[in-house]
Structures are given as structure tokens and as C-alpha cells.
Design a protein around this ligand. Structure first.
Ligand code: ZN
Length: 387
């Protein structure tokens, strides 16, 4: 593996110009092979000798490089009406990075916010340092367990921290105690089904003013303030459960390429339905499965169906989309029905434990389920995953 081993990024928030001033140091283990990628909204102001920029990519020759840049809002980086900001999925919007999920790296992310803004940062990994200097508030987040760069998202907003056990909530107001209780229940459920603990059990749910947001990051998730209210008043646990499940199925067990995006989203959607069953009963599970089926049928009618393991994409955007969520979850439901609960859950735990901290593809999943089932599932996988 020759791609970035460690990124160190400092971002200074400039609310007046609505930009981020970035200073980044990137370290490779070996000579860099593929270029780093940056969004079109990111303008490099200082680059190391030997580096060459060509459109969205920057080619390097040395194993260490330092950049300075300015990032304006763009794809993957939103500045919201209330002055808060969020970055989602596309690391290239605010840093030079390798977005290929085939590589994991550690990150030190220092977010610097003017004290006068009264805002705080919510970053990936763990907050390891917070200090004030010269009218600026510094928040240092560290991702110490190597993660794929799409898991580096962060936000800056008017937030306060609330904690219970291993769970933290960052929100503009105190959440109801029920939110902690439901989150803790989901955490216990997923840990049991995964058969393995997270290397760092701490998990932060950050609620921001951005409508409809749901983004997993390493040790953290970004969701909307409006959703927090639905979680409190209507016991609407689905998004909370979906994002939390990603800590096992996306962060801990990662996909080697976007071709198997369904192993992130299909498993997570299925685990959400399973938690809904655990929390609200079998009828709620059946209703969720029926909804997924209706949504998939609609996609089929629109001609958007495709295999779960799908290699025809030209860019990450094409590889994502709604099919891996619905079809993937329904395939797991089918496996569960076919194998019975005992063997099915044994397979899920086997898969998760065996590949914790590693990168996988559809064959790894198939092999784990076959090991649990004690027989070949080739016909089922050929039809459900590869065709
Ligand atoms: Zn997801």
C-alpha cells in the first residue's frame, strides 16, 4: 500500500468570507502512486516543489508534502444559513486526499474557530485537545484507527456536549434522556449481533441545522436537529440506528471498492430493520421490509435496477445511489429467512469479527455466510448479488 498513511490538517474558519484556510501535511509510507484529489472549490495557494496540479488531481513525488489552500463551499462542503457549516462524504471539498476506499489513513484535524462566533467543532475520531489562543478556539480531533477518507466528515455549529456512558450528543440544546436510552439500546444490540466490540467504544451523535442530513464518520455521525425532535417525540429510531450500525459495517469492516457499496448500506439498512424489530416488535420489522420492497419495485419500474456487486461505475457517485440500500437489505432479509435466525446471525457475527479492521468484498461476505450455513450459497449469491 503506497497511499497516504497520515494526514495532518489545520482549518481556520473564516465566517466573513465563508471559506476555510487550510494547511495540510500528508505522509506516505512509500512513494506516492495515485494522485491526491481536490474539489473544484479548493484553491491551492502553496504547494511543495515537485508537485504538479492538473485539474482536480495533484501528483506528488516525495513521501511528505505540505500544502496551503482556501476552500469555498462546494460539493461535500455546505455553509448553512445560521452560520454553521458541514462537510459530507467528499473529503476533497476541504483537504487534499485520496478518496479511494481501498486505503485507510490516520488523521489529525485541527479546526480553528473565531471565539466571537460562539461555535464549536464536531469532528471524526476523538477530541484530544481544545484550547483558546488569541481570540481563536482550537479543536483537535484525531482518527487514530486508520479510516477511509469518506469517514472524515465534520461540522462547526452552535453545539453543546452532553454525555452518558460511552455516548455523546452534540446539540444546540439538551436532548431528552430517552435519546441516550434508545441509542444505548441500539449500541448494545449491534455489538451483540456483530460479535465484536468497536476498538474505541465512544460514539458521538451530532445534530445540526442542515435538513435531512445523515452522514456517518469515524466514531461520529451528523444528523439533523429536526430528526432529533422526531427521535424524542415519535420514537423514530431508524436514522439513529442506521448511522450507529455504520460504526461496525462501514467504519470497522470497510469495503475495498465502491463496487460493494451494498455491504455498507444494505447491511446497515437491514440492521436498522432488525433493531426496529428488537425495539418495536415484529410488525414494525415487517412494515420496514415491505417499504423497502415497494421502494425497490419502484426503482425497477424506473429501469434503475442493477446487481448488488456492480463494477460498471465510472465515478463514486455512480456507484452509490439508492439500489444498494434497498436491494441489499432485502437480500439479507432473504438470507435470514432462508437460513433461519440461528445460522444467519452466526454468519453475521463471523463476517464482522473476521474482518474487523480489514477491507472486504462480496466474496468475503459470502464465505462467512457459507461457513455459518455449512453449505454453498452460490446459487443464492449468484442470483441475488452478482446478477
Ligand atoms: Zn448509510
Amino acid at each position: 500500500m503506497a497511499q497516504p498513511a497520515h494526514y495532518s490538517v489545520q482549518l481556520r474558519v473564516d465566517p466573513g468570507r465563508k471559506i476555510l484556510h487550510g494547511v495540510e501535511e500528508v505522509e506516505f509510507r512509500d512513494a506516492p502512486k495515485a494522485p491526491l484529489v481536490k474539489g473544484t472549490n479548493l484553491r491551492i495557494t502553496a504547494m511543495p516543489a515537485g508537485a504538479s496540479a492538473d485539474g482536480d488531481s495533484v501528483r506528488l513525488t516525495a513521501r511528505r508534502a505540505r500544502f496551503e489552500y482556501e476552500a469555498a463551499p462546494g460539493r461535500g462542503f455546505r455553509w448553512l444559513e445560521d452560520g454553521s457549516l458541514a462537510t459530507l462524504f467528499d473529503c476533497g471539498a476541504w483537504m487534499l486526499c485520496d478518496p479511494d476506499p481501498g486505503y485507510r489513513a490516520t488523521l489529525r484535524l485541527e479546526i480553528v474557530v473565531p471565539q466571537s462566533a460562539g461555535m464549536r467543532a464536531a469532528g471524526p475520531g476523538r477530541l484530544t485537545k481544545q484550547f483558546r489562543a488569541g481570540g481563536w478556539e482550537h479543536f483537535v480531533y484525531e482518527v487514530r484507527h486508520p479510516a477511509q477518507s469518506f469517514l472524515f466528515s465534520f461540522a462547526v455549529a452552535k453545539l453543546e456536549p452532553w454525555a452518558a456512558g460511552n455516548l455523546e450528543i452534540l446539540s444546540s440544546r439538551e436532548p431528552h434522556a430517552d435519546v441516550f436510552a434508545r441509542s444505548a439500546k441500539a449500541y448494545r444490540y449491534f455489538r451483540e449481533k456483530a460479535g465484536v466490540d468497536l476498538p474505541d467504544p465512544r460514539y458521538t451523535q451530532t445534530f445540526i441545522s442542515m435538513p435531512g442530513v445523515g452522514q456517518e464518520a469515524a466514531g461520529m455521525a451528523l444528523m439533523s436537529q429536526a430528526y432529533l425532535e422526531a427521535l424524542e417525540s415519535k420514537d423514530s429510531v431508524e436514522l439513529m440506528a442506521h448511522e450507529l450500525a455504520h460504526q461496525w459495517w462501514a467504519v470497522l469492516v470497510g469495503i475495498r471498492s465502491w463496487s460493494d457499496f451494498w455491504l455498507n448500506e444494505g447491511i446497515t439498512e437491514f440492521m436498522t430493520a432488525a433493531f426496529v424489530e428488537h425495539h418495536q416488535g415484529r410488525a414494525a420489522y415487517e412494515a420496514k421490509i415491505a417499504t423497502l420492497q415497494r421502494e425497490l419495485d419502484k426503482l425497477r419500474t424506473e429501469g434503475k435496477d442493477r446487481p448488488l456487486h456492480w463494477t460498471q461505475w465510472r465515478n463514486a457517485v455512480e456507484a452509490l445511489g439508492p439500489v444498494p440500500y434497498r436491494k441489499g437489505a432485502l437480500f439479507l432479509h432473504r438470507l435470514r429467512t432462508g437460513l433461519g435466525d440461528d445460522l444467519f446471525w452466526r454468519g453475521i457475527a463471523l463476517y464482522t469479527r473476521k474482518h474487523a479492521g480489514k477491507l472486504v468484498d462480496s466474496q468475503d461476505f459470502q464465505q462467512a455466510m457459507e461457513a455459518a450455513a455449512g453449505r454453498s450459497l452460490a446459487a443464492l449469491f449468484d442470483e441475488g448479488v452478482y446478477r
